[in-house]
Design a protein around this ligand. Sequence first.
Ligand code: HEM
Ligand code: ISQ
Length: 155
Amino acid sequence: MAFTEKQEALVKESWELLKPNIPEMSLRFFTLILEIAPAAKRMFSFLRDSEEIPQNNPKLKAHAVKVFKMTCEAAIQLREKGEVVVADTTLKYLGSVHLKNGVIGPHFEVVKEALLRTIKEAIGEEKCSDEMSSAWGEAYDQLAAAIKAEMKEEV
Ligand code: HEM
Ligand code: ISQ
C-alpha cells in the first residue's frame, strides 16, 4: 500500500513534538526494549559493564535518536519514492553491526513495539492516533526490511 502525504505529515509532525525531549525519550525507548525482551541486555555494549541502564550514556542516546531519525526519513522516502532508500554503505554497515551483535529477525518486532510505545507515551495517548502509530509502524517495517535483507546476504 502506498505511503500517503497524510502519513508522512503525521510522522514528521510527531517527530517535531518528540525532538525537545530527546534525552528522556532515548532512555525510555531503550528501557522499553529491555522490558519487552530482557535477554537483549547482553547485546548492547552500554550494558556489558553494568546492571543498570546508564542514565547518561552518549552512545546510547545517539543510537536511539538515530533509530527515530532514520524511521522518519524512511517515511519521507516512502512517500517521495515509494521505497526506502538508505545509502548502500550505511545499510551494509548497519547490517553487519546488527549481525555481529547477535540481532535476529524477531528482535525487530521488539524494537518496533518499544518505538511505538515511546511515541504514544511522549505524545499522549489521546493525541497519538492509530493512524499516527501505523504510519510510524509502516515506515519502520520498511526500514527494518532493508536492514534485515543486508543481514541475510552476509550469512
Ligand atoms: C546499533 C539502528 C534495530 C540492536 C545500532 C546503531 C544504529 C542502529 C544506528 C549504531 C551503529 C554504530 O554506529 O555503531 C537501528 C535501526 C533499527 C535497529 C534503524 C531498525 C530499523 C535493532 C534491533 C536490535 C538492535 C531490532 C535488537 C534488539 C543493536 C545493537 C547495537 C545496535 C546491539 C550495537 C550497540 C552497541 O553496543 O554499540 N542500531 N537498529 N538494533 N543495534 Fe540497532
Ligand atoms: C540500537 N538499535 C536499535 C535500538 C536502539 C535503542 C537504543 C540504543 C541503541 C539502539
